[in-house]
Design a protein around this ligand. Sequence first.
Ligand code: T4K
Length: 370
Amino acid sequence: MQRKVENIYITRPNLPDLDGLLPDLRNIWESKILSNNGPYHQEFEKALKGYLKAPNIGLFANGTLALLTGLKVFELTGEVITTPYSFPATAHAIGWNNLTPVFVDIDPHTFSLDPDKIRENITSKTSAILAVHVYGIPGPLEEYQAIADECGLKLIYDAAHAFGVRYNGEDITSFGDMSMLSFHATKLFTTFEGGALIFKDNLLKPVVESLKNFAIINEEEVDGIGTNSKMNEFQALIGLRSLDIVLDEINKRKRIAQKYRDLLSDIDGIELLEIPTNLEWNYSYFPILFTGAARQERRDEVYNSLREHNIYARKYFYPLITKNPFYQKYQGSQLSTAEDISKRVLCLPIYGELAEEILYRIISISFHEK
Ligand code: T4K
C-alpha cells in the first residue's frame, strides 16, 4: 500500500487546547450572546490592550475591514502613498475609501517603503502614508514619522504580519497614528479570522466603535456610512486563550528560523533577511532571496520542486499589486527594487509544529537534488 504523503504548508495555525475551551464555549451557548460587544469581546479587548500596552484598541472581524475602517476614521482625501509589495488588501483598503493609491518603491533590505521615494511622490493631494511591516520587519520608523510631521500627513501602518514585534523595546503598534493587526488563520496569532486597530488618540475610540457597528449612535440615529465589521464572541474567546500560547509559538519559530539559517549558511546563490539588532522579531515568515543571473528561474524551480514533494512554499509577494491590471495606472514612479525582490523571493514553511526532519527535506529538495 502506498504511504500517504503529508502536505507541508507555508504555515499552520497555533490553536489553544480544545478541551480547555469547552467551558467557555458552553458559556457562550448558554448565554446566547454571540456578538455586539459581548463579555468575551470586552475581556479580550482588555487583555490585548494590556499585552500590547496599547492606549486604544478596536477589535474587528478581519484585518481588511479594520484597515478600511482605520483609513475612514481620519477622513482622508486625495492620495495615499503606499507599497506595491504587499497583499492586495493593503491597496483595497485605500480604494474602498475612494482614495487614490500612489505606489512607490521599497527599500531592498527592509522590503518596506523607501523614504526618499515617499518624499519624491508627495503632492498637494497626498493625505497619508500607508506603510507595511512586511514579514513583521519595519522600515525606518523615525524617518517615516519625520516626513509625516513635515508634510502634515497621517501615518498608518499595515502591521498584519507584526503581532508581538518590538522595536527599541516598544510594541511595533505604538508607532504612527494607527496600526492594523490581522488575526487571520495564516497569522502567528489567530482568531480564525480577525483583526484590530491600535491607536493613540482617545477621541478616535468612539468613532472606530461606531463605524464598525453601522455608525449607529442609538436605536433611532445613524451618523455616517458604517460597516458591520465587529469581532464575534467565538473569535474573541479564541483570541483571549491564544494570548497564553503566542510566546511559546514565537520561541518555537525562533528555533526553526535559526535551524534554517544554519542549514542555509553555506549555500551559494541565496540571501537571508537581516534582522536589525534593536528588533524583537516574531518569525512570522521565513523569506529567502535568490541571487545571480538566473534568480527568478532558480526561485521558480525550487518552488516547483517543493510542490512536487507536497511542500507548499509561497511567493509572498509576487506578483506586485501593481501588476494586476486594475492597479497598474496608480504606479507613482519606477518600482524597480520591488519588482526585483518580488521575482526572487520565496517564503519557506515556518510554524511551531514544523518538525526538524522536514526542514532537512526542504533544504535537500531545494538545494541538493538535481
Ligand atoms: N495586509 C497584509 C500585509 C496581509 O498580508 C494581509 C493578509 C492583510 C492585510 C489582510 O488581513 P486579513 O483580512 O486576511 O485579516 C493568506 C491570507 O488569507 C491572508 O490573510 C494573508 N494576508 C496572506 C499573506 O496570506 P493566501 O491566499 O495565500 O492563503 P491560503 O488560503 O493559500 O493559505 C496559505 C496556507 O496556510 C494554506 O496553504 C494552508 C495554511 N492554512 C490556511 C488557512 C486559511 C491553514 O493551515 N489553515 C487555514 O485555515 O492568503
